[in-house]
Design a protein around this ligand. Structure first.
Ligand code: ZN
Ligand code: ZN
Length: 460
């Protein structure tokens, strides 16, 4: 693990304005104590086991997601947090149904699954010629006769990256290609899964059909099956028989939140994860881990507050967003409902359960000294100093950042994340308990520092 050496190094990187801080040493010493206590704890593992085994997957808008909210509210209360709230919002709920695909004239049954919001085929399925494209750009450039009336397949390739950046680059294929296919007359759009494993587990995930575009079947192939299809395309004409039976209906979801009240009313530090998950696995890496990491971090701070009788200056609020997977529906509703609040900083854990190796901020210049303090306290966990003040944060803090909240982004090692992401393999056995606890330790220390600070952080 790389480590930064001194606070001075971090300070140079961040070009700090000169600013005196009252009792900075006490805050840092307490943050270090909280960090070490959380590192030795096992609260997150207990919560994650309980969430996985008693609730399981939590598809947005489903009864399962509602059971997840009931679980979260009960556990947050047990942890001693107060002001527990559930804030509902409407959404179009969606159910996966069945999917099957056969190459005409062959024995090949392809492993594939529908993308969230996919349309259905007619009840008896469809049979159509397939056009294969190496990339979204090639599909965009294709003439109409290669798209209209055909099943389109896009064979973009994700690579393994520690920071998950390949998902950012390739995500547009999943989000945009199905709607583009619908607008250009394709009868279905298939993509190579956004994933890095070679199990026959297709990776689901959300796609977007804008208003006025009727959903068509949109599905992802497991990597071995995507490569088989690409080889058959390269060898000549391919036709496919495809069946997909997802359904959509009006539904409801909600965000859950709970607080450790601050001593000065009005300023709020938000941390959390998203409670909904895809239905194929059990929503452990995505995002049960983020839910329990941030709950356990808040619990460690709450225990400290109870022991010492000293509240942090700012209110600490755990927010567990609903319906992230269908396009940040919960976090957008949350940002609208809380637009008048003074949320000074927000952070989300939503990149699995493996260790944090770096962090970034996006705060007002006056907040940069706080992040230099974090660098010092996080360094013993093997976490590199903040590299930029341009963090995007986890997906659900984006809508809060857009209305001015400062952002903290603790960057996790995503080397193996996309082996299980959105697949049936997203199960508890994949979690490394030591790395899970390192996440809790980092969030505990970082949030403690932010909540006991008074420097302005908001960007607007
Ligand atoms: Zn997620
Ligand atoms: Zn996800």
């Amino acid at each position: 693990m790389r480590r930064i050496t001194t606070l001075a190094t971090a300070a140079c990187l961040l070009a700090l304005p000169a600013m005196a801080q009252p009792a900075a040493n006490d805050r840092l010493a307490t943050a270090a104590q909280l960090r070490d206590g959380a590192l030795a704890g096992n609260k997150a593992w207990g919560l994650l086991t309980n969430l996985t085994d008693t609730v399981g997957q939590r598809l947005a808008g489903s009864e399962a997601e509602a059971r997840g909210r009931a679980w979260a509210k009960a556990e947050l209360q047990k942890l001693g947090l107060v002001n527990i709230r559930e804030e509902a919002f409407p959404l179009t709920a969606w159910e996966r149904g069945q999917a099957s695909a056969t190459l005409v004239g062959s024995n090949h049954q392809l492993a594939l699954t529908a993308l969230g919001t996919s349309g259905a085929t007619p009840a008896g399925g469809i049979t159509a010629p397939v056009t294969c494209f190496a990339s979204l750009a090639a599909f965009r450039a294709a003439p109409e006769n290669q798209v209209k009336g055909r099943i389109v397949f896009i064979d973009h390739r994700m690579t393994v990256t520690q920071d998950g950046s390949s998902y950012g680059v390739n995500g547009a294929v999943r989000r945009a290609a199905p709607a583009l296919g619908a607008q250009r007359g394709a009868v279905a759009v298939l993509i190579r899964s956004l994933g890095t494993d070679y199990h026959r587990n297709p990776h689901t995930g959300g796609t977007v059909f804008p208003a006025g575009v009727s959903p068509i079947p949109a599905l992802a192939l497991a990597l071995p099956d995507a490569e088989l299809l690409a080889r058959r395309c390269a060898a000549g004409q391919v036709a496919m028989q495809l069946l997909a039976t997802p359904i959509s209906r009006p539904g409801q979801s909600a965000n859950v939140s709970a607080e450790i009240p601050g001593s000065v009313p009005g300023e709020v530090v938000v941390l959390g994860g998203h409670l909904d998950s895809w239905d194929q696995g059990q929503g452990v890496f995505d995002d049960g881990a983020g839910v329990v990491i941030t709950m356990a971090a808040a619990a460690a701070i709450k225990d400290h507050v109870t022991r010492t009788g000293l509240a942090p200056r700012r209110t600490i609020r755990v927010v567990l967003w609903g319906a992230e997977e269908f396009g940040l529906i919960g976090s957008r509703a949350y940002a609208v409902a809380h637009s008048q609040e003074n949320i000074v900083l927000a952070g989300e854990s939503d990149a699995g359960a493996d260790r944090i190796f770096t962090f970034d901020s996006k705060v007002a210049e006056t907040g940069l000294p706080l992040f230099a303090e974090m660098a010092e306290v996080l360094a013993p966990l093997g976490i590199d100093a903040a590299r930029t003040n341009k963090a995007g944060g986890g997906p659900d803090v984006g809508p809060l950042a857009a209305v001015g909240a400062g952002i903290i982004d603790l960057g996790q090692d995503m080397t193996r994340y996309f082996n299980v992401h959105h697949t049936p393999d997203d199960t508890l056995d994949k979690v490394d308990r030591k790395q899970l606890d390192q996440n809790v330790a980092a969030w505990t220390a970082a949030i403690w520092l932010a909540a006991t600070d008074d420097r302005p952080l908001r960007t607007k």
